[in-house]
Design a protein around this ligand. Structure first.
Ligand SMILES: Cc1ncc(COP(=O)(O)O)c(C=O)c1O
Length: 397
């Protein structure tokens, strides 16, 4: 009898006890709104921002309602206006082009490479098309950030990093989110810290920080922030910056602070699981493992592999057979968006020429979550199942 995996690919770990305690304390005092603080109290949200700024080495930090809100706020804060074009990855998820559309701008998609990162040659070729790049570190893959910043600096392009999948990851020792002008993170349940919903934005630029804080809905209470520029910067922007409410609350912040302290340990645990799956898949005929560059410190909360140049039917058969054995794989080649997956041609509000290189690669990308509730043995078993099913379909083709 062939083995079947019975774990859940969507089950995250429980919220840690110290975070539950902190949340209960907020519930007990009732001051959930970030600006509802007692005399002498900073509030969980302001403390979270202060701590995340220190953790990332950023001058300023703002906590907001979601990762997508952080992206849209960054676009507005760097001055993107309706009708502007914004460069972004063809391989990403819907909230990324969605954030561009939400400010009335138009995404210009850049091809994906076989490393699943933005294609830097295509980026260089399109560098004159926009003055902002919304760079998505999709599924945790970091491109050569040195070369990317060279291209963007030379072309005068402002870089916003979408770090929804790279909180805690680094390129050449520099944390993701700290290469460009702004770094945006998501704290949504499927990410590296879990407050249900939530987002964080970091920057060293005082005007971007002040505008983002005003936009998030600070009214004139910006003085209560602990990771914000001085009042003179707000004086310059406060009448010209609309309030587009999207604050974080103290309950979520309380849940996040202890989790952020554990991020390094959690990253190690994810990577152990990632490597167990990767080792098990290595050498499978027809399957390409995505090799991680030595300069990249990643957080392996999901894994991707390629069935490059396989027929649609064969890829679908692998997904079906693995699914029947309890292994939930997602395919980025499917023409119809399914659940959380979607591809650049699903976003029909954006006018997009075909991207032949991305079409070929997306048609081969298989994606799988690696939650921390899986044991190392679970990961080895999952890899055995994928290996067996990929081999069976490959041999019969
Ligand atoms: C690549 C990417 N960027 C941004 C986001 C937006 O994050 P949030 O769900 O917190 O709005 C997501 C969410 O899934 C994402 O996958």
């Amino acid at each position: 009898m062939s083995e079947k995996f019975t774990g859940s690919f969507t089950q995250q770990e429980p919220i840690p006890e110290d975070a539950i305690e902190a949340a209960l304390a907020v519930l007990r005092h009732g001051r959930l709104h970030r600006y509802n603080v007692a005399e002498g109290e900073a509030g969980e949200t302001a403390l979270l921002e202060q701590e995340f700024a220190v953790q990332t080495g950023a001058k300023y930090c703002l906590a907001v309602a979601s990762g997508g809100y952080a992206l849209a706020t960054s676009l507005r804060a760097v001055g993107v206006k309706p009708g502007d074009k914004v460069l972004t990855n063809a391989f990403t998820l819907a909230p990324v082009p969605g954030s561009i559309a939400s400010v009335g701008a138009e995404p210009v998609f850049v091809e994906v490479s076989e490393s699943l990162t933005i294609d830097l040659d295509d980026l260089a070729a399109k560098a004159d098309k926009a003055r902002v790049l919304m760079l998505s570190h999709m599924r945790g893959h970091l491109c050569d950030m040195g070369r990317l910043m060279e291209i963007c600096d030379a072309a005068g392009i402002t870089v916003i990093e979408d770090c929804a999948h790279t909180m805690g990851a680094a390129w050449n020792g520099v944390l993701s989110g700290r290469h460009g002008a702004v770094g945006c993170y998501s704290c949504q349940t499927y990410k590296h810290v879990n407050s249900g919903e939530g987002g964080l934005l970091v920057t060293d630029d005082e005007e971007i920080a002040a505008r983002a804080i005003m936009m998030s809905g600070s009214y004139m209470l910006y003085g209560r922030h602990l990771a914000a520029p001085g009042p003179e910067v707000f004086e310059r922007v406060k009448y010209e910056t609309p309030n587009i409410s999207g604050r974080m609350d103290n309950l979520r912040a309380a849940i996040l602070r202890p989790q952020l302290r554990d991020l390094g340990t959690q990253a190690e645990r994810w990577n152990g699981r990632y490597r167990a799956v990767e080792e098990g898949l290595r050498g499978t005929p027809g399957l390409t493992v995505v090799e991680r560059p030595a300069q990249e410190a990643y957080v392996g909360s999901s894994i991707q592999f390629l069935l490059l140049d396989w027929s649609e039917e064969a890829v679908q058969e692998v997904v079906r057979r693995c699914g029947a054995r309890g292994v939930e794989l997602k395919w980025f080649g499917t023409p119809e968006p399914v659940a959380f997956t979607s591809r650049y041609d699903s976003w029909r509000y954006a006018e997009t020429p075909r991207l032949p290189q991305s079409d070929r690669i997306l048609a081969g990308i298989i994606d799988m979550r690696v939650p921390l509730t899986f044991s190392l043995e679970d990961c080895a078993q999952i890899a055995r199942i994928i290996r067996a099913e990929v081999s069976a379909v490959y041999q019969s083709a």
